[in-house]
Design a protein. Structure first.
Length: 110
């Protein structure tokens, strides 16, 4: 049996999902979690901030986005990546309709 092939650049919506952001776990291990996200233009809910216990490496594969931090914003285009330290509050201020992300959440050593 051959392994399943998945196109990570696709923005096609899953049946029944409407226009909600899609999050799929590609890998889930004790010290790391790899996710594929399709935003369909959704920002974070008003007043909501991510405040995660682990570091997060983010890669915007397709589209554009603006990440907001308490000290400013970062404009992202396809191909941009960054590591967000644990407990650094952040949110998605804007995302294009075709925004596709890869996010790797990982435990900090030590």
């Amino acid at each position: 049996m051959l392994p399943a092939v998945r196109n990570l650049l696709s923005t096609a919506q899953k049946t029944g999902q409407g226009s909600a952001e899609e999050v799929s776990r590609l890998l889930d291990q004790k010290s790391l979690r790899l996710e594929h996200l399709v935003s369909h233009g959704q920002p974070s809910p008003p007043g909501f901030w991510y405040d995660q216990p682990d570091e997060e490496w983010v890669l915007l594969l397709r589209g554009t986005a603006v990440l907001a931090f308490e000290t400013g914003t970062l404009d992202l285009v396809a191909g941009d990546s960054l590591t967000i330290p644990a407990r650094l509050r952040h949110r998605v201020e804007r995302a294009s309709e075709d925004a596709v992300w890869i996010a790797l959440h990982f435990a900090t050593r030590g």
